[in-house]
Ligand binder design. Structure first.
Ligand SMILES: C[S@@+](CC[C@H](N)C(=O)[O-])C[C@H]1O[C@@H](n2cnc3c(N)ncnc32)[C@H](O)[C@@H]1O
Length: 463
């Protein structure tokens, strides 16, 4: 395939419209959703648009307008699995396209990838996936002449399925080369492979309950994890689950729930959450009875925080501000969940692998360093600073804290002990920081295993 043309660009967001229906041909059931999936996949991979722009509960993109919830869910499944296994599908198609992709038909690649995702990874009959791809090809004037080619290639893909799956390599094929190289260098071959394998699994739903986790584990049919989060497997809409409307729990990966638990917080203490929206960690802090100041520079994301707090019956002082220029009386504790490359969340957001670029990491690391320096000025003596990022990259984790401690002799690390994190000693590094990898917390069932990747360090201001 013409791989070189498929690079994410940092361009602005274009409004994606619904693919036009043909005036001469009635669209059969399922064709519209495949064409929509192809357009979304293309926008993510070539324009760097986020999966959440299309499928987050609060998103309402024009391209999905009018689709039944069932079709939206199918579009999401197709796009998600296509992103998760992009390299495998591309390699298989490349092997079947003797002449490569016809350059004069740029939409063809996305039609083929969408069909390939269904044939190789989804429970869609092969004949339906092939037929709908051929019809989608005929609806695009530039692709029309290639309808017989699409038919032949996809039939061969279905025939070769077992061999393709057996030869698929998560690290070499389904991970962008620059990330695979980084993870090999940072974690070694074995762990890098385990991380890439973990990215293949659709993660379960993790929730944080504000009280009575045992009771709610039973009510939700969930597992109570050693770290205190609940893990459940469900495809039901979140808002329909018991306890959601009452504000008993909120969605939060089990790893993301750890940083706030490491903060000494409670009534009478003033805690700032420096990058607070949409508010998961701030909610945990507020639930301790501490006075929480939730700061974020995104007013839109803060609206989600306020809505979450209202549902959870929690209170916080909410401020739309840039933390780099924010001033206040020193706090007893600051939690800095800094903006980062989010490479630790690829299990939940497989688009991240394809839309982030190496240069993003350097820029983010600089911003993180500035935010850490600012936090140092707003903490009382004896106060605690929790720094975390959902990144697997040492520049955004270990290296930031090493540099910070060198520049700030008034700070010392307060190492995290296994007992504070459900005795998961595998997630604590030799310095007493958390280095959580998606391959950690493996159980006997892959679908109930894994955590989002996080780095967490706990520092105390001594003077
Ligand atoms: C990783 S998210 C925070 C997630 C949040 N802590 C939670 O648990 O729900 C990072 C946040 O940092 C915010 N942010 C980025 N730069 C900022 C700045 N200079 N000042 C304040 N907020 C900032 C972003 O708007 C984003 O909401």
């Amino acid at each position: 395939m013409a791989n070189s043309s498929i690079r994410p660009a940092a361009s602005g967001r274009s409004k994606l419209r619904k693919p036009a229906a043909s005036s001469t041909e009635e669209q059969p059931a399922g064709l519209g959703v495949r064409r929509t999936a192809a357009a979304i996949l293309r926008a993510i991979v070539t324009k760097g648009q986020a999966l959440d722009d299309f499928f987050a509960p609060e998103s309402n993109p024009e391209i999905l307008a009018g689709l039944e919830p069932r079709d939206k869910a199918l579009a999401r499944s197709i796009v998600t699995v296509a992103l998760r296994r992009l390299g495998t599908i591309r390699a298989a198609l490349t092997g079947l396209l003797a002449q490569g992709l016809p350059r004069q038909a740029p939409d063809l690649e996305w039609i083929l990838l969408v069909a390939g995702a269904q044939i190789l990874f989804l429970d869609v009959p092969d004949h339906a996936a092939v037929d709908l791809a051929v019809r989608a090809t005929r609806l695009d004037p530039k692709s029309t002449p290639f309808a017989p080619l699409v038919n032949a290639v996809l039939r061969n893909l279905a025939r070769g399925r077992e061999k393709i799956l057996a030869e698929s390599d998560a690290l070499a094929m389904d991970t962008p080369a620059w990330l695979a190289k980084r993870w090999r260098e940072t974690y070694g071959e074995e762990l890098a492979r385990a991380i890439a394998l973990a990215h293949r699994e659709e993660p379960t739903l993790d929730v944080t309950v504000l009280a009575e986790p045992d009771l709610w584990a039973e009510k939700l049919g969930a597992r109570l994890l050693p770290t205190g989060s609940l893990r459940l497997e469900t495809h039901a809409p979140i808002a329909d689950l018991p306890g959601f409307a009452e504000g008993v729990w909120f969605v939060q990966d089990a790893a993301a729930a750890l940083p706030a638990r490491l903060m000494p917080a409670g009534p009478g203490l003033r805690i700032a959450d420096f990058c607070a929206a949409p508010g998961g960690k701030a909610a945990q802090l507020a639930a301790t009875g501490a006075h929480v100041t939730a700061i974020d520079r995104s007013a839109t994301r803060l609206k989600r925080l306020s809505a979450n707090f209202a549902r959870l019956h929690l209170e916080a002082e909410v401020l739309a501000a840039d933390v780099l220029t924010f001033e206040a009386e020193p706090f007893d504790g600051i939690l800095l969940d800094a903006p980062c490359s989010a490479t630790g969340t690829i299990r939940r957001h497989p688009d991240i692998a394809w839309i982030k670029q190496p240069k993003d990491i350097l820029a983010l690391a600089l911003a993180q360093a500035r935010m850490l320096d600012k936090a140092a000025t707003l903490l009382k003596a004896g106060g605690t600073l929790i720094y975390c990022t959902c990144s697997l990259e040492p520049e955004e984790g270990e290296e930031r804290i090493e540099a910070f401690l060198q520049n700030h002799p008034e700070f010392r690390r307060r190492p995290i002990s296994p007992g504070e994190v459900g005795n998961l000693s595998e997630i604590i590094n030799q310095n007493g920081d958390l280095r959580i990898l998606p391959a950690h917390f493996q159980g006997t069932e892959a679908r109930f295993s894994g955590l989002d990747g996080f780095f967490v360090s706990r520092l105390v201001r001594c003077g």
